[in-house]
Design a protein around this ligand. Structure first.
Ligand SMILES: Cc1cc2nc3c(=O)[nH]c(=O)nc-3n(C[C@H](O)[C@H](O)[C@H](O)COP(=O)(O)OP(=O)(O)OC[C@H]3O[C@@H](n4cnc5c(N)ncnc54)[C@H](O)[C@@H]3O)c2cc1C
Length: 417
């Protein structure tokens, strides 16, 4: 029996395992390695702090997300030996592989910023990128009676780069509903020079922040959290005071990648941007947030990569050359508060543009524009995730980006690509 071993059974690893199981014969063992017994639908973490989502709906037992025909090794990967083609684990015998897929995502690292995980952590300093963080933030927000609420992105790359903006928009609506918006200064602090990485979307999202009376502090490289004085300090000595700090800490790859000499300086895996093969290493591929690619670290990207990589693995099995098919396609709803959301669709070459999705001229979802329809689609996405995306059932969205339905003239007018 030959083995395809998948390291990490999150969004990318689980979908990959299901897709391979369907496509390959039973001569192939499909195995995943993951120490955690639960699978979290991470987009739901955005709504949890505001009481608009429940843990029961966004957390499932890992076992229930992996079907029959997929082997689960409940252990932590410690090291990959690419010469001997084995993976060493925290417990049990090393696992041999014929092909390896790295899908170990990111690790949230508050410990990398001076003072962040000290005295204030869980009292006045919170994250919402982990289940524990989102749960604690919910209690803190419920007790918040006004003051300075600061949302702080420490550095890029982070997963779902729009999530901190969405949290800010939702906080604005939440505080208004509780009648304390006028007692609160809402501040968005980012290392970028605008609201987002891509020019047109950054402009549109920037207007929205302005509209909602959010103060924006750009190019702020957070160096320290002083939890005694309740201020964050940048490397260029700027200080921003807070009463409640919601931070997105630095992200790195999983530590076994550094121990296997496979990660870059942040522990992300150097990956071919189009074939998804790990650079210079045979029979090893990488998908999802673990790659060093400039595509968004997002579940949608992981899903598109799975669709395309499965074909390349089949080609590798048949000893055929890999196809350079992945174009960096990303697709993301941006919740903007008051029951509305925007939708953005882009790839390596084309920034998010106005238009309609998925059917040109019809939609029904407008691109780069607030709409109730987008909000309802975002909420429906949880069902799609558990029932189609994770078990890798077909969905009618192309893994590569289409220009149909997009207003290319908008980019030209804005001076973009
Ligand atoms: C608040 C929030 C909102 C988001 N909203 C959206 C959204 O609206 N749309 C969207 O597309 N994306 C969104 N995302 C991003 C999306 O959830 C991730 O990009 C996606 O889950 C990435 O999939 P992955 O498989 O690469 O990583 P993950 O799903 O994080 O899985 C990684 C897995 O690897 C395992 N692992 C790590 N280290 C080891 C080890 N040493 N050994 C074995 N296993 C290991 C982990 O236990 C985990 O199960 C959001 C994320 C957050 C935090």
């Amino acid at each position: 029996m030959k083995t395809i071993l998948i390291l990490g059974a999150g969004t990318a690893g689980t979908a990959m395992a299901h897709k391979l199981r369907r496509r390959l014969t039973r001569d192939w063992e499909i195995a995943v390695v993951d120490p955690s017994t639960r699978h979290v639908y991470q987009p739901g973490l955005l709504f949890l702090p505001f009481g608009d989502e429940t843990e029961a709906r966004i957390v499932r037992e890992r076992e229930s997300t992996l079907g029959r025909g997929i082997t689960w090794h409940q252990a932590e990967v410690k090291r990959i030996d690419t010469e001997r083609r084995i993976v060493e684990l925290s417990e049990g015998e090393p696992l041999p592989y014929d092909f390896l897929v790295i899908a170990s995502g990111t690790v949230i690292r508050p410990d990398l910023i001076d003072g962040m995980s000290d005295g204030g952590w869980g009292k006045s300093v919170f994250d919402f990128y982990t289940l524990e963080g989102a749960r604690a933030l919910r209690a803190a927000l419920a007790n918040f009676e006004g003051g300075r609420l600061v949302v702080n992105v420490v550095e890029m790359p982070i997963k779902c780069p729009v999530a901190p903006l969405e949290l800010t928009f939702l906080a604005d609506a939440y505080l208004a509903k509780r009648g304390i918006r006028d007692k609160t200064e809402l501040v968005y602090v980012t290392p970028l020079d605008g609201a987002f990485t891509k020019p047109l979307a950054s402009k549109t999202l920037g207007y929205l922040l302005e509209d909602k009376g959010v103060q924006v502090e750009t190019e702020f490289m957070t160096g320290e959290v002083d939890a005694e004085r309740n201020v964050i300090r940048s490397y260029d000595e700027r200080e921003i005071p807070y009463d409640l700090l919601v931070t997105v800490p630095p992200h790195t790859g999983s530590s076994f990648l550094e121990d296997s000499e496979l990660g870059d300086e942040l522990g992300f895996v150097p990956t071919d941007p189009h074939t998804l093969a790990v650079k210079d290493i045979e029979r090893v591929f990488c998908i999802g947030d673990a790659t060093d690619l400039p595509s968004s670290k997002a579940g949608s990207v992981a899903h598109f990569q799975v669709d395309l990589l499965v074909r390349n693995i089949e080609r590798a099995i048949e000893d055929k050359p890999l196809e350079p098919t992945f174009d960096g396609h990303s697709n993301c709803f941006v919740e903007t508060g008051y029951g509305k959301a925007m939708l953005i669709d882009f790839n390596y070459e084309t920034e998010p543009l106005p238009g309609q999705f998925p059917i040109p001229g019809i939609g029904p979802l407008p691109l780069l524009k607030e709409a109730r329809r987008n909000h309802w689609a975002k909420l429906a996405f949880r069902w799609v995730y558990w029932n189609a995306l994770l078990p890798a059932r077909p969905i009618p969205i192309s893994p590569t980006m289409s220009l149909a339905g997009k207003q290319l003239s908008a980019a030209a007018e804005a001076g973009g690509p």
